[in-house]
Design a protein around this ligand. Sequence first.
Ligand code: AP5
Length: 218
Amino acid sequence: MGKRWVFLGAPGVGKGTQAEIVAQKFGVCKISTGDLLREAVTQGSELGQKAQQYMDRGELVPDEVVMGLVQEKIATCLNGFVLDGFPRTVKQADLLASFLEQRGQTLDQVVYFSLSQEEIIRRLTGRRICTQCQAVYHLDFSPPRREGVCDRCGGPLQQRRDDQRETVSSRLSVYEAQTAPLIAYYRERQVLAELDSSGSVETVRDRLLALLNRSERA
Ligand code: AP5
């Protein structure tokens, strides 16, 4: 049976990078609400236009809007999924639990990515993304072979609008106020595992895969 995981943690901690690896390795869907919302913004849909105002301020998009996107996606992921950046509020966690319950499902594990604030800021401010295929780079930690050009598709790299310093600090405060309470929420439900997210992408990957394999055997 497919696995159902949630990756929880502050902006920039490396959830998306690891979700991509895990999705490929286990053949599950990677569902990133940030990517889904950015896609809607690029398409210029009504939902996208509404979402952009919140995203540019570093605030959360309303729960119901995000839940609608996630439900639609989960319904197509028969082999399981890893949720990246969702849920982000207690309300979203409750909505997710009832949606899964209706489908006779539960979460297998919630992985909480922990990292020092200083390192989080370095990861966020040095991030660059491909405007064409959304591949993620870092100026110091995983630079492209040619400056400003995507290795995968040759598209131009750009800084995300919300990765500029002022917006980063509001995203971090929003995380502390609205998302961090989910650590206790999932700990109480006995599905939380903490992952030390320091070190290189490969180091974190190995720690994460060991954790997921351990829980599979348990
Ligand atoms: P979203 O896109 O989800 O942003 P986020 O959670 O803030 O997470 P990030 O994408 O910033 O970071 P990440 O942890 O995935 O790190 P990454 O792997 O890229 O959300 C954006 C906005 O959308 C929100 O502010 C909100 O407005 C809205 N939104 C989204 N979901 C929502 C929801 N559920 N409800 C309401 N609103 C929602 O890594 C970061 C950088 O570090 C990269 O450059 C990477 O190359 C590098 N890196 C990664 N791992 C390592 C490593 N081990 N060592 C060195 N560098 C590393």
